[in-house]
Design a protein around this ligand. Structure first.
Ligand code: WTA
Length: 666
C-alpha cells in the first residue's frame, strides 16, 4: 500500500477553489433538501446505526417475511444484513410497481444502435420477465444455480437478470467485450449451469459476435456444467447451433405463462457474482446479497439522483459492469423510474449521439463516465456541429459522473455545456464491491467542488487512515477505508473467502475496516474527499478496471515472451493507459520488427482477455529493472512510461543500464 504522491494530487484539482451551490429550486424539491437534512441523517446513523438501516430497509423494500435482525456481526468480516428476512428482488422491481399504479408507465425506452426505439411498460416488462423465468425453470434452472449472461445492451439483457432474480438463480454478467478465454474462466469459476447470450451485438453499425464466442469458450473445455445456451435473436446473423444444448429465447418463452410466482429468498441469498480485477492474475467474483444490495440501489436512486416520478433517467453504462447492475437493471426499476437503455456507442453515427439521445427522449437525469465526457470534448473541438450547444438539452436537471476521477476541466465543461450551469453534477465514488454510491454530493444539498466527490452518503462511515490503520488529519493523503459494514457491501469472493478477507479486511488494518484500494485526501477546511487513484496494482482505463497482473499473465502466456511488466500511464482521454515492458526470449527487436511484434502481442492480449486490455504501448528490453533480490521495480517503470526523468534512488537496482533502453517506445 503505497502512499499517494503529490504530483498526482495536484493534477486532480486539490488546489480547486471553485464552489458551486446547488440551485435553490432544486434544493426546495430534493429528497434530501439542504445540508441540515444531510447532517440530520448522518446523526441518526451515528446515534443508532442498526436502527437507521432497519428503518430504511422497512421503508424502501417490500419484505415477504419481515426481518428482526438488522446487522449480524458474529462471523465478521462476513457480515450479514436483515438475515432472517425474506424477499424477492424481481418482485420489488416489478410486481410492486404494478401494485403502485405504475403498470402502464414506461419502464424502459430502448434506443437501438440504429436509432430504432422500442418501449416496455412495467406491465410488459413484468410479463417478459415472468415468461423468461418460467422458461428458465422449464429447463431445470433453479434457485442457487449460477447463470452466465453474455449479452448486448437490450431489454432482454435486463429481463435476463430480473428473470434470474425472480427464480433465485445467481447471475454473473460477463461484459460482451471479454474474450472466449475470459468467458470460459468465469464459467468455470462460477460453476454455471447456463449461458444466456445473443446471436450478435450491434455497436456503431457493426455486427459483433457473441454466440460464436460462447461456442469458442465452451470448446476450450472445463465447462461441462453448462447444460443450456439460450440465444436472443438480435441481428439474425448466422450462428452454429448445438442440438440439445442451444435454444432460441423466443422459442423458450413462446408457450410460457405471463405470471411466475417469485422465489422468496433469504435477504443474504446471492443475487449476483460480478467478476472484477484485483491485484493478482485471476479476477475476483464479487458476490452480492439480495436485500442489502437492493436497498442501496433503490435508496441511492432517491438520494444521489433525487429520482422523481416524471424523470427520464439514463445511465450510459453497460450491464456488464456494476454501474449497469445498480443503475440500469435494479435501482431504476426498484423506484419505478422510466429509463433509457442504449445499445450503441457515443460516437455513432457521430459524436453528438449522447446529446441527440437526451433531446430525443427528454432525458432529465444523465449519468456517464469522465472518459466519455473527455472524448466528446475533443470531438466537439474538432467538429463544432456535435457540440452540446447544438442540441436541445433543456430537459436535463441533473448530471452524474462515475468510474474514475473527473478532472476539474472536464467537470466544468460538463457543468456548463451539458448542464447549462443549472444542473448539479454528482461525482459518485464507488466500486463493484460497494454495490452502490459511497461518496457523492447530494444534488439538493452539497455545495460542489469540481474534482471532489465531496462527502459520504448518510450511514457510510468512510475515513482516511495510514498504513497502520490510524486516522490521518484532513489535508494529509492516505488510504480510503470504510469503518462500519453497510448493507450493499460485497459478501465474499465467490469460492474464495480467504482472498475476501485478505483483500478487503487485511490484518494490517486490524481486520475490521474495509479497504477500498484507493488513496484519498480530505480538504483541510471542508473535509471533502478527493480520490487520488488506486494504491494497488489495478489500473483504470476508460473507467474499466484492469489488473496489471492479469495483463502480465496474458503476455507471458505468449510463447515469445520471457517476462513482462505492466504499468499505467496518465492519458488525457482514457484517464490511464496500459504500458507494457516486455522481454522476449529472442533478441530485443528494434525498428519495424519491434512494431510488428508489438502489434502481434497487442492482439494476443485482446484474444486472451479482451480488446479493452490491449496495451496502448509496448516497449522491449533485454531485461527489466530489478532489485538485487529480483523484484521488478514498477515504480521506476511508471516514471519511464510517463517519459519523465528518474530522480529516485536507483542504487538498489541490479542493472541500472536497462533504464536507458526502456526510456523510449520501441
Ligand atoms: C474508481 C465502478 C474517482 C476508483 C463504479 C474505484 C472513481 C474504482 C470514481 C472502482 C469517482 C470509481 N472518482 N475514482 N467518482 N468512481 N472510481 O469496481 O479507483 O469498476 O476503486 O466500479 O473506480 O471501479 P469499479
Amino acid at each position: 500500500m503505497a502512499a499517494t504522491d503529490s504530483t498526482q494530487q495536484d493534477n486532480q484539482g486539490l488546489q480547486e477553489s471553485r464552489v458551486f451551490a446547488p440551485p435553490p429550486d432544486f434544493v426546495a424539491n430534493a429528497a434530501i433538501s439542504g445540508m441540515d437534512a444531510y447532517h440530520a441523517l448522518c446523526a441518526e446513523a451515528a446515534a443508532d446505526y442498526e436502527g437507521f438501516w432497519a428503518r430504511l430497509a422497512r421503508q424502501n423494500l417490500e419484505w415477504h417475511k419481515p426481518f428482526t435482525s438488522t446487522l449480524n456481526e458474529t462471523d465478521a468480516p462476513f457480515y450479514k444484513w436483515f438475515d432472517d428476512g425474506e424477499l424477492n428482488v424481481s418482485y420489488n422491481c416489478l410486481d410492486r410497481n404494478l401494485k403502485n399504479g405504475n403498470a402502464d408507465k414506461t419502464a424502459i425506452i430502448f434506443e437501438a444502435d440504429d436509432g430504432t426505439v422500442t418501449r416496455a411498460t412495467y406491465q410488459e416488462l413484468y410479463e417478459r420477465v415472468c415468461k423468461f423465468a418460467n422458461g428458465l425453470k422449464a429447463r431445470g434452472i433453479k434457485k442457487g444455480d449460477r447463470v452466465i449472461i453474455y449479452m448486448s445492451m437490450s431489454i432482454e439483457g435486463v429481463a435476463a437478470m430480473q428473470a434470474c432474480a425472480r427464480i433465485g438463480a445467481t447471475h454473473s454478467v460477463v461484459f460482451g467485450g471479454f474474450s472466449a478465454k475470459s468467458l470460459q474462466e468465469r464459467i468455470i469459476d462460477a460453476g454455471a449451469v447456463a449461458v444466456i447470450t445473443a446471436d450478435e451485438q450491434l455497436r456503431g453499425g457493426k455486427h459483433l459476435p457473441l454466440k460464436s464466442i460462447v461456442d469458442e469458450a465452451l470448446a476450450l473445455g472445463g465447462c461441462e456444467s453448462i447444460k443450456n445456451v439460450i440465444v436472443y435473436k438480435r441481428t439474425g446473423g448466422k450462428i452454429a447451433f448445438t442440438e440439445g444444448r442451444d435454444l432460441w429465447l423466443h422459442e423458450l418463452v413462446a408457450d410460457q405463462g405471463a405470471e411466475c410466482e417469485p422465489e422468496w429468498v433469504n435477504a443474504e441469498h446471492p443475487l449476483f457474482i460480478l467478476y472484477t480485477s484485483g491485484s493478482t492474475g485471476t479476477p475476483k467474483g464479487v458476490q452480492h446479497a439480495s436485500g442489502g444490495y437492493l436497498l442501496w440501489a433503490a435508496l441511492t436512486m432517491k438520494w444521489s439522483f433525487d429520482i422523481k416520478p416524471q424523470d427520464v433517467f439514463w445511465c450510459t453504462a453497460d450491464i456488464g459492469w456494476v454501474t449497469g447492475h445498480s443503475y440500469i437493471a435494479y435501482g431504476p426499476l426498484a423506484v419505478g423510474a422510466t429509463q433509457v437503455v442504449f445499445e450503441g456507442i457515443p460516437t455513432y453515427p457521430n459524436a453528438g449521439r449522447f446529446w441527440a439521445n437526451i433531446a430525443k427522449h427528454k432525458v432529465s437525469i444523465f449519468y456517464t463516465a469522465p472518459t466519455a465526457i473527455r472524448s466528446l470534448i475533443k470531438a466537439a473541438d474538432v467538429d463544432p456541429s456535435v457540440h452540446p450547444s447544438k442540441y436541445d438539452l433543456s430537459s436535463l436537471r441533473l448530471l452524474g459522473s462515475v468510474g474514475e476521477p473527473i478532472n476539474p476541466e472536464a467537470w466544468m465543461w460538463y457543468y456548463k455545456n451539458v448542464g447549462g450551469e443549472r444542473c448539479p453534477v454528482v461525482d459518485t465514488f464507488w466500486q463493484t464491491e460497494t454495490g452502490g454510491h459511497m461518496i457523492t454530493p447530494l444534488p439538493g444539498a452539497t455545495p460542489m467542488v469540481p474534482g471532489s466527490c465531496t462527502l459520504p452518503l448518510p450511514g457510510i462511515m468512510t475515513a482516511i487512515v495510514d498504513e497502520a490503520g490510524a486516522d490521518v488529519p484532513n489535508g494529509q493523503g492516505g488510504i480510503l477505508v470504510v469503518k462500519r459494514p453497510w448493507p450493499s457491501m460485497i459478501r465474499t469472493i465467490w469460492g474464495n473467502p480467504e482472498r475476501f478477507k485478505s483483500s478487503y479486511f487485511p490484518d494490517e488494518l486490524g481486520g475490521k475496516m474495509y479497504l477500498a484500494g484507493d488513496g484519498a485526501i480530505r480538504n483541510k477546511d471542508t473535509g471533502y474527499f478527493t480520490i487520488t487513484g488506486r494504491i494497488d496494482d489495478v489500473l483504470n482505463v476508460s473507467g474499466h478496471r484492469m489488473g496489471t497482473m492479469e495483463i502480465e499473465s496474458a503476455l507471458v502466456a505468449n510463447p515469445m515472451v520471457a517476462e513482462a511488466a505492466v504499468v499505467g500511464k496518465p492519458d488525457d482521454t482514457t484517464g490511464e493507459s496500459i504500458c507494457a515492458f516486455v522481454v522476449l526470449k529472442q533478441a530485443r527487436p528494434t525498428g519495424e520488427e519491434a512494431k510488428k511484434l508489438a502489434l502481434e502481442l497487442r492482439n494476443w492480449v485482446a484474444k486472451e482477455i479482451g480488446p479493452i486490455a490491449k496495451p496502448k504501448e509496448i516497449r522491449f528490453g533485454d531485461n527489466l529493472p530489478k532489485t538485487r533480490s529480483g523484484k521488478i521495480m514498477r515504480r521506476l517503470l511508471r516514471v519511464l512510461a510517463k517519459g519523465e526523468t528518474i530522480t529516485q534512488d536507483v542504487s538498489t537496482l541490479e542493472n541500472p543500464a536497462i533504464l536507458e533502453q526502456l526510456k523510449e517506445a520501441s
